[in-house]
Structure formats: structure tokens, C-alpha cells
Design a protein around this ligand. Structure first.
Ligand SMILES: Cc1cc2nc3c(=O)[nH]c(=O)nc-3n(C[C@H](O)[C@H](O)[C@H](O)COP(=O)(O)OP(=O)(O)OC[C@H]3O[C@@H](n4cnc5c(N)ncnc54)[C@H](O)[C@@H]3O)c2cc1C
Length: 410
């Protein structure tokens, strides 16, 4: 019997296990998903935790609940991949062989790599919201915050869900408005990007919104260090930004297992073919989700589109054929803008987000590059869709893996 091992039972790995189990003959192929624990975190929910919209009970479910019949969940910390031996090695020294391997080990924040960020004030006046601990501590601080200067800082790309810092600002604007203290709060977005977002057209739309919400934009702010004692951020070009409350979206890296395996680039992401999703260095290793070094967004929606492409390619490779399917960088993100509205963007490697209607061309119900209540409800419904459709490998045939131009105008 042959073995498919999926390293990482997060968003990408879980979806992929379900899809491959639907396709591979259970008498010929054993499927194992490896993760360090049995606790699946719905990461998009971390955005809502600080504002009290979600609680911890909305964020976690056991991973085992999403493993279909015929998929084994193997729990353990993986020390490294040994691709020349076709096996992975756990921290306790035990080994797990594979015929085909999918690496879906995600990405993580490394705030300690920015000088001073995790020093004085970390967890009291400076926070992240990309971890459960960070988002929870921030929630407790926001609950008692009555006024001052709140700075959201994107330290540098790549980060998961690059629109999340903007969403945080829009939700903060609504949160402080509802509490009647908005006039006492300054909101600032300090970003390493030269504009509000990476894509020009979307950036222009977001800049208009930022201005209309009274949020100050500080672009091209390359953070060098944080002086937590005096609550000041210093950039490499000697600019300073002071804060009462710093909400950091810190530097990201791939999983340490990638570095230990010698499989990564300088940020521990795996060099991956941008179309086939095969690891550049190994024929029987494939990469999915945040773990790749691709220029696509690090987002669950991207992992979903990639999973459809990879299913086709892996099945072909197993049959001795060349991988036929090409991932086009398709990404699809709701951007929560507060006050019960959101924007939706849909783009790929080559095409910027365009205005239009989605997913039914000309109808919607979602509006591209334009705020609407329907988009907000789409974002809120995403949690249900995540647990009940996406993780179970459901075929969402109305939204294909390749970006469609239908219903869009330029
Ligand atoms: C605040 C926030 C908001 C977001 N909002 C959105 C959104 O609105 N829409 C969207 O599409 N995406 C959003 N995302 C991004 C999305 O959550 C990620 O892109 C997605 O989860 C990536 O899936 P993945 O499977 O690649 O990684 P993960 O889901 O992180 O899974 C990686 C898995 O690998 C395991 N692992 C790693 N190393 C080891 C090891 N050595 N041994 C054993 N196990 C290991 C980990 O335990 C983990 O379970 C958001 C993320 C954040 C943080």
C-alpha cells in the first residue's frame, strides 16, 4: 500500500486530506495527516476577538472532527523532513515514511525579530492579534481603553491576510464610535508598503475609506526598533511614531521544521513551482497554503483554490503523468470596513482587483471593490462555510480555482 502524508492539519492540510480521500482508492492509498495537536484554530476569527464579536468558543474545534473516514490524524511535533529518505522525523526520534508528501505547515509571526517589540510594554501597550494570546490580551485592553493614540503597524510583507491590519483599523473606528469615545482616539496606520495595500486599484479605494474614517496613513514606514518604555517606533530612515497602544502585525516566517529540513528560503518558505505547486527541489513533495514562497496572498481562500489545483496535479503525478493544472494566484478576500459593511476583492497573479459583481456575474450578491452590507454578511457567513464546507473538501463549483473575468469591468 502506498502512503500520502500531509504535514500540517490546518486550513490547507485538512481540505487537502478530504479532497484526496474522495479521489484515491482506499485499498491502494493510505492517507495520514500530521499535526502537533488536536486543536484547529479558525484564524480569521482572531480579527473579531479583540472587539468581543467572537469569543474563544467560536475559534476552536478538534482537528479529528474534520478527518474523514480513511484519513488518520497522527499527533506529534515534527522535527524535520528527510526528503532523500522519503520520510519525516518526529521530535521523539520516530519516523514516518511517505510516497508522496504535501507540506502544509503554514506561517507564524516572529515579533522577537524586531528590536524592542517584545521588550518593555509587550502585552500591556503593544500587542499582536495574530495569536490567540495576543488577541485575547488586546481584547482585555480595548475593553478599558478610553482614549489615546492607537497605531496599527504592518512591519513588513509577507504576512497572512494582508488586509487584516486595515480591517482592524476599520473595526476599531466602529468600536470606538459605538462606545462614544471616537473623538478621543487617534487612529494611525503605519505600514512598510508605499500605499494602503499592495494592489494599486484596491489601494486607491481603501485610501478613500481610510481618509473618510479619519485614519492617518503613514506609508513606507520601515520599522527598525520599538522603544517600549517611551512608546515610540523608530524607522530606518529616522522617522518616529509615538503611540499609546501599538497593534503590531509582526514579521512572518515559515515553520521552523522547514528551516531544520534545509527546504526553505531565507524566510523559511518552501520554493514552489508557482503553477504546479510542486516543491522545486523534490518530485514527490508538494506545497500548499502559507508554507509556499509564492507571491500569492497567504490566505485560506488561496489555500482552497490551490487545493483544487493540487488534487488534479497529484492524481496525475501518481499516474505517471505531467501535472496538468496551473494555479493562477487566485485570491478572494472580504475586507471588513466596520459599521456592518465590507468590500470584496478578487484577483490573481496578473490581474488586479476589479469592480463588478460576484459570484454571479452582473447579479452578485457581493459587490467587488465597493462597500456593501451583503459583503459583510458574506464575511460573517464565512465561519460557517469554513467549518461546514471548506474543511470538508466540498466542491464550490460556483467559485472555480481560476479567477474569472465574468461580471467584472475595468
Ligand atoms: C488575523 C487573521 C485573519 C485572517 N483572515 C483571513 C480571511 O478573512 N480570509 C482568509 O482566506 N484567510 C484569512 N487568514 C489567513 C488564513 O488563516 C491562513 O492563510 C490559513 O490558515 C493558512 O492555512 P495553512 O494550512 O497554510 O496554515 P495553518 O492553518 O496555519 O496550518 C499549519 C499547520 O501546520 C502545523 N505545523 C507546523 N509546524 C509543525 C510541526 N513542526 N509539527 C507538527 N505540526 C506542525 C501547525 O500546527 C498548523 O496546524 C487570516 C489569518 C489571520 C492570522
Amino acid at each position: 500500500m502506498k502512503k500520502l502524508v500531509i504535514l500540517g492539519g490546518g486550513t490547507a492540510g485538512t481540505m487537502m486530506a478530504a479532497k484526496m480521500r474522495q479521489q484515491l482508492d482506499p485499498w491502494s492509498w493510505r492517507i495520514q495527516v500530521v499535526d502537533r495537536d488536536n486543536r484547529h484554530l479558525y484564524q480569521p476569527g482572531l480579527l473579531f476577538l479583540p472587539f468581543g464579536t467572537y469569543t474563544h468558543r467560536h475559534l476552536h474545534k478538534p482537528r479529528s472532527r474534520f478527518m474523514p473516514d480513511g484519513v488518520e490524524l497522527v499527533l506529534g511535533e515534527v522535527d524535520r523532513i528527510e526528503p532523500e529518505e522519503n520520510r519525516i522525523r518526529f521530535a521523539d526520534g520516530t519516523r514516518l515514511p511517505y510516497d508522496q508528501l504535501i507540506v502544509a505547515t503554514g506561517s507564524r509571526i516572529v515579533p522577537e525579530e524586531t528590536e524592542g517589540l517584545t521588550g518593555e510594554g509587550w502585552g500591556r501597550s503593544a500587542f499582536d492579534f495574530y495569536t490567540v494570546e495576543g488577541a485575547t490580551a488586546l481584547r482585555d485592553t480595548l475593553a478599558g481603553f478610553r482614549g489615546g493614540r492607537v497605531v496599527v503597524n504592518l512591519v513588513d510583507m509577507p504576512v497572512k491576510c494582508p488586509v487584516a491590519p486595515l480591517e482592524f483599523l476599520f473595526l476599531a473606528d466602529a468600536f470606538f464610535t459605538e462606545r462614544g469615545v471616537r473623538d478621543d482616539v487617534e487612529l494611525v496606520y503605519a505600514t512598510s508598503l508605499d500605499a494602503a495595500f499592495t494592489k494599486k486599484r484596491c489601494s486607491d479605494a481603501l485610501t478613500g475609506l481610510i481618509e473618510s474614517r479619519g485614519i492617518e496613513l503613514a506609508p513606507s514606514f520601515m520599522l527598525e526598533k520599538v522603544d517600549g518604555e517611551n512608546r515610540v517606533m523608530h524607522s530606518y530612515d529616522d522617522r518616529t511614531i509615538d503611540y499609546d497602544l501599538l497593534v503590531s502585525v509582526p514579521l512572518h516566517r515559515g515553520s521552523p521544521v522547514i528551516a531544520r529540513s534545509g527546504l526553505g528560503d531565507e524566510l523559511d518558505f518552501v520554493p514552489t513551482d508557482r503553477h504546479t505547486l510542486r516543491a522545486e527541489a523534490w518530485e514527490n513533495v508538494w506545497v500548499l497554503g502559507d508554507a509556499t514562497n509564492l507571491p500569492s496572498s497567504k490566505a485560506g481562500s488561496v489555500a482552497h483554490f490551490q487545493a483544487e489545483v493540487l488534487t488534479e496535479n497529484l492524481l496525475a503525478a501518481i499516474s505517471g503523468l505531467e501535472p496538468p493544472a496551473a494555479f493562477d494566484g487566485h485570491a478572494n478576500c472580504f475586507i471588513e470596513t466596520g459599521h456592518g459593511k465590507a468590500i470584496l476583492i478578487d484577483f490573481n497573479y496578473d490581474t488586479e482587483p476589479l469592480p463588478g459583481r460576484f459570484p454571479v456575474p452582473g447579479v452578485g450578491p457581493f459587490t467587488l471593490l465597493e462597500e456593501s452590507e451583503a459583503n459583510h454578511w458574506g464575511k460573517m457567513a464565512f465561519r460557517w462555510a469554513y467549518w461546514n464546507l471548506l474543511l470538508k473538501g466540498a466542491d464550490l463549483s460556483s467559485i472555480g480555482p481560476s479567477m474569472s473575468m465574468a461580471g467584472k469591468w475595468s
